[in-house]
Design a protein around this ligand. Structure first.
Ligand code: THG
Length: 267
């Protein structure tokens, strides 16, 4: 189970403002809060900084590392930004790249970074025909991604397939398509990890947290084992550890009890 804290993302107005002011204190506080709340990786995304995204990524990585000792997940569709982030990391944790896709150009530009830096990699189920719609689209792309990554020498344990969650408010079958994909992937690739961002599913709906929490439980039951989420959502974190225990993934409920003792998910 891997929890990637999503809060350092410039699509959030608070982060966008902090980047414009180069406010390292705010960034460091959010990094630290996420680690204390139980995030295993810190996602770093500055996608709104279109003119200087590589420089800002390098700055963010340095600022975060000055405060917390945690593995980082470098999040950008731009391979130059991924490179700028990876080359700025100087702790000993294995970084994560978010993401590679099956788009020909993207794959060929990102795979050398994955191999050189020996990272964990999020493989988005997306190819040159665009975003997947059906379960079949996702499975076809996942198949290709796993084959191509393994052929390039990436270990199955370092691959995190992302089925690409879409808003259920736009397409009422969006949730079901992800659940069906997971059940098939569990059979086909039991050793490959499965990850997703939870907040896409609730886009456009009121009380988004309830939708995100419910979808976490549904997807974990279907085989998801990692999430990009807001670790400061204590209910979500409680549901994660409870789900792990109830799905037989927590021997003697040790993790559930340990997290409970630390008081991580009491309101
Ligand atoms: N898969 C992968 N990576 C991802 C995603 C995914 N990275 C980005 C995203 N999806 C997950 N991260 C976030 C980070 C912050 C928010 C949502 C997803 C967020 N959004 C507010 C909103 O949508 O309302 C922004 C509002 C604001 O604060 O201004 O908080 O799916 N591999």
């Amino acid at each position: 189970m891997l929890i990637v804290g999503e809060l350092i993302n410039s699509s959030r107005s608070m982060i966008k403002d902090a980047l414009e002011k180069m406010d390292s204190t705010l960034i460091q506080e959010i990094a630290q809060k996420q680690v204390e709340a139980g995030a295993h990786y810190i996602d770093v995304n500055c996608g709104t900084q279109v003119y200087n995204e590589p420089e800002i990524m390098a700055w963010l990585v340095k600022v975060i590392q000055d405060k917390v000792s945690a593995p980082l997940c470098i999040d950008s569709p731009n391979p130059k930004v991924l490179k700028a982030g990876l080359s700025s990391i100087n702790n000993n944790y294995q970084p994560m790249v978010n993401s590679i896709t099956a788009e020909a150009k993207k794959f060929s530009e990102v795979i050398p970074l994955v191999v050189e830096y020996k990272v964990k990699v999020i493989a988005l189920c997306m190819d040159d025909s665009g975003m997947p719609k059906t379960t079949e689209d996702r499975l076809r792309i996942a198949d290709r991604l796993v084959n191509d990554l393994v052929s390039a020498g990436v270990k199955e344990d370092d691959i995190h397939l992302d089925p690409l969650v879409q808003p259920v408010s736009f397409d009422s079958q969006a949730g079901v398509a992800v659940l069906e994909t997971l059940l098939k992937l569990k059979e086909q690739y039991p050793r490959v990890h499965k990850i997703c961002g939870l907040s896409n599913v609730s886009f456009g709906l009121p009380t988004r947290k309830i939708i995100n929490q419910t979808f976490m439980i549904q997807t974990m039951t279907a085989g998801m084992d990692s999430y990009i989420l807001d670790p400061l959502d204590k209910k979500m974190m409680g549901f994660i550890y409870a789900s792990q225990a109830l799905l037989g993934k927590d021997d003697f409920c040790m993790n559930y009890i340990a997290v409970h003792r630390k008081g991580l998910y009491t309101e």
